[in-house]
Design a protein around this ligand. Sequence first.
Ligand code: NAP
Ligand code: HSE
Length: 442
Amino acid sequence: MTIGIGLLGLGTVGAGVAGILATPSGRHPLVAELDLRRVAVRDLARPRPVELAAELLTTNPEAVIDDPAVDIVVEVMGGLEPARSLILRAIAAGKPVVTANKAVIARYGEEIAAAAAKQGVYVLIEAAVGGGIPIIEPLKQSLGANRIQRVSGIINGTTNYILSRMAAEGAAYSDVLAEAQSLGYAEADPAADVQGGDAADKIAILAGLAYGGSVPRAAIPTEGIDRLEARDVAYAAQLGYVVKLLAVAQAMPSAEAPTSAQTEQLLDVRVHPTLLPKAHPLAGVNGVNNAILVEGDPVGQVMFYGPGAGAGPTASAVVADILNIAGIRQATAGSAKPPLDPLLAAGSWRACRLVDSAETTHRNYVRLRTSDEAGVIGKIGTCFGEAGVSIQSIVQFETQSAGDAEIVVITHDVCEANFRQALAAIEALAGVHTIAACLRTL
Ligand code: NAP
Ligand code: HSE
């Protein structure tokens, strides 16, 4: 029994999916049962890396969903609208959906999951986080017994590619971004990558799965690499660190007893460039690769690693989801509705709330531009001390301009509110020109 696939989008990921469907030899036997029946694009005349019969293509995505020959809808067009409405339309038509669209899932995941549960259809999203890395199903299923303490990772391939090249070759940011775009790693608007929004979408999804409740996407503190200076990458290297764009979701102690499944979960969720000690397990993750470290009780630490973006890896995850649905359809042929994804059926079981970031504690890296004169370091140290911020190291670097100094401070774990209080006092010091950079440190 062949299964009709309707593709919304034939760009980087869509072409990767079409390429796999067109070459089933040597893959799982079910791939040969998948038949690409309609494909929506914006521009019919655009050259494509896969050869498809012209009559498959349409500029009307709704026609793909409504086509009775289409059994599974694959949304790989990106953007919020019309992607969200098209996913809901497919669900309303009783058609399972596979999507790689983290922007939609991070914002409308609850609405989509509720519609899917009501209609009794699957919506699978493995490709939305980590490209080719299996992380969604492991979090949903394989690690379900754990109390998850923290999910942290490098979950944007474009920025990791840029940072790796900057660290290894001192490459210029704009050149490397253009390369990441040409390799198909970047979003249609790469601001989502470099400003951290894509990683924030992904950590919202991972946190939602890990902690069993919807995470308010708009409230996630997000900082990208677009203002990161090459000199901070170089200074970090001299001090024994690498800089990575890290996304973190961490359980915080709650006032309520942690025994009830319905307890509100307080979370610290954030995205920011971070100095990692060179020995940290995430520090050696380079290029387009992503890695996600899950820490849970009782499992301990589990790390997922692999290519985080690009046509092949992402299509691998999309087709795996299609195969899961196709396999269930074949196994349950004749029944009115397929069985629900068991965890989706259980619905949201916890409310997640983000902690006020002023209450969180972190280590920090601060670079200050100052006058090169006696007493400046002492006054900076006093400001930190008076705010209760303990310093791990303070180093002065040479600068090009005579009479000036660059001072880099690394703090111990300190409360964010105290740290901000110290920075305000330092900024007001006569010998301090500017706080040039401020990064988190592990
Ligand atoms: P892309 O290369 O920009 O492709 C988008 C495709 O959708 C194009 O074929 C485009 O048509 C089509 N399209 C867009 N809007 C449309 C509309 N209104 N009607 C009909 N067709 C429309 O994007 P991509 O890199 O493949 O990414 C697709 C999705 O996968 C996004 O949600 C992205 O976040 C996600 N994703 C991407 C990667 C990656 O490595 N690239 C990895 C994981 C997830 P034309 O070709 O005619 O313009
Ligand atoms: N633009 C995204 C990235 C694609 O670079 O990670 C994969 O989700």
